[in-house]
Design a binder for this molecule. Structure first.
Ligand SMILES: Nc1nc2c(ncn2[C@@H]2O[C@H](COP(=O)(O)OP(=O)(O)OP(=O)(O)O)[C@@H](O)[C@H]2O)c(=O)[nH]1
Ligand SMILES: [Mg+2]
Length: 456
């Protein structure tokens, strides 16, 4: 399908044991022939080697050996891009990898754009668009659950469902068009009632997929949990406990934390971004003032608030004030310092979960993690859910599809001409098709693949 052969360094930039330079295209083997000198007893020139074999030798540049490498030969069509591919594993120095890349570029390959290998896999029909996105998700996955979801999507589980839906819509459209093109003929067409039933079924199916969107977002981006409370109640200590290392400065002096500090932790499989904030009080100086302002900013943007109290101190009017302020937020009330004699009496009428912890020893932390997971993700995370974790692009396409099908349904019920129903059905089918790339525009494809990193 493509004339040119592309190449890129597919491992991250930086120093490491190995780096991999990947080539794909008609001339991948010819390019490799020109720069690879076999050195092992059974090593072969790439063009004479059989598929899925590895060969030891040297990369030569201007007659000089550049590096000792292993070269993997992968012949079309059983490759990621469905084209001939060569993977050169060289030493992982920044300069070595760059020079090996330069050498293949000098010998007839062109530098790949970000995501171009995956784009070729898509354009050559190896994977569809949803699967291509799953490749990016897989790379960016921060928890095992996100990884499992990406794998399901890569295996085509979401695509299967979308294709079923689209096939169904195309079939309805075909029936309608038969009716339009050959009116009066004795060709089987859906009755309006039957068509309405089928449409309703499709609408329910889309609703079901859209319901998973929120969970998909949580798995991909994580949720933001702000740790807030009066100075010195132990917010930074709790952050450090949750992360498992000393990230934030802890001291007995109230007003220690000035800036917001955030870091992601894996809580029961969910990526949670914890944000430590400056203690809430009348600020003593300009820097603290700015810190408190940032605290308020963080709270406003957080999905979840961990409101901390000092269990060894009486309930204060400030505590009461902030309790009221966060009432509209998803929150957990945390009684910290339960190792000390208890003096805190929280009001009885609160609906938020209350958890007692000691941020010095970690006591109560497991219960806190359970409470976080419970608030963010009610119920089990089951395998079925992971198969259809849609992203925001899918969500947008499904919403547009849903709107069009709803209009088709309404038109049908209002006895409007079948042309109108057919038009809306077509819009709906196209929107759904975008998800797997059947109806994607060039711009859409570009914007998706450019989000990939180089060499992918
Ligand atoms: N006994 C006891 N002391 C704690 C506990 N958690 C924190 N502390 C102590 O409380 C003091 C304040 O802790 P920090 O974590 O700095 O409190 P903070 O809420 O971040 O304070 P600011 O950043 O000033 O708002 C430190 O001396 C901690 O060692 C706890 O669970 N038990
Ligand atoms: Mg602090």
């Amino acid at each position: 399908m493509f004339d040119d052969t592309i190449a890129a360094i597919s491992t991250p930039l930086g120093e490491g044991g190995l780096a991999v330079i990947r080539l794909s295209g008609h001339h991948a083997l010819a390019v490799a022939d020109r720069c690879f000198q076999p050195a092992g007893k059974r090593s072969l020139k790439p063009s004479t080697a059989s598929s899925h074999t590895i060969h030891y030798g040297r990369i030569m540049r201007a007659g000089q050996p550049l590096d000792e490498v292993l070269v993997a030969i992968l012949r079309a069509p059983r490759t990621f891009t469905r084209e001939d591919m060569v993977e050169i594993s060289c030493h992982g120095g920044l300069l070595v990898a760059k020079l090996v890349l330069d050498t293949v570029l000098e010998n007839g390959a062109r530098l790949a754009e970000p995501g171009e290998f995956t784009q070729r896999a898509f354009l050559n029909g190896r994977i569809d668009l949803a699967q291509a996105e799953a490749v990016a998700d897989l790379i960016h996955a921060r928890t095992e659950l996100a990884l499992a979801a990406a794998n399901e999507q890569l295996a085509g589980k979401l695509s299967q469902r979308i294709n079923l839906l689209r096939d169904d819509l195309m079939d309805m459209l075909a029936h309608l068009e038969v009716q339009l093109d050959f009116p009066g003929e004795d060709i089987e067409a859906d009755t309006p009632t039957h068509l309405a039933d089928r449409l309703k079924h499709c609408l329910a199916f889309i609703d079901e997929l859209l319901r998973t969107a929120k969970e998909g977002q949580v798995l991909r981006q994580g949720i933001r949990a702000a740790i807030v409370g009066r100075p010195n109640v132990g917010k930074s200590s709790l952050l450090n406990q949750l992360l498992g290392h000393d990230r934030a400065i802890v001291s007995h002096i109230p007003g220690t934390t000035r800036d917001t500090i955030e870091e992601t932790a894996n809580i029961r499989g969910l990526p949670v971004v914890f944000i430590d904030t400056a203690g809430l009080r009348e600020a003593q100086d300009m820097i603290e003032q700015e810190g408190v302002r940032r605290s308020h900013d963080t709270m406003a943007k957080a999905d979840l608030i961990l409101h901390l109290f000092d269990a060894a101190e009486p309930f204060t009017p400030e505590d009461e004030h902030y309790l009221a302020r966060f009432a509209h937020k998803q929150r957990i009330l945390v009684r910290n310092k339960i190792d000390l004699p208890a003096r805190l009496l929280l009001p009885e009428n609160l609906t938020a979960p209350v958890v007692g912890v000691c941020s010095l020893s970690g006591q109560g932390l497991e219960a806190l993690k359970d409470a976080i997971k419970e608030l963010v993700w009610a119920g089990e995370i089951n395998a079925e859910m992971l198969q259809v974790m849609i992203n925001s692009r899918h969500q947008d396409a499904l919403r547009r599809g849903h709107e069009a099908l709803q209009r088709a349904y309404d038109a049908l019920r209002a006895d409007l001409p079948p042309e109108i129903v057919a038009m809306e059905l077509r819009i709906g089918a196209n929107a759904v098709g975008e998800i797997v790339g059947k109806t994607a525009t060039e711009d859409l494809l570009d914007s998706i693949f450019r989000q990939f990193c180089l060499g992918k």
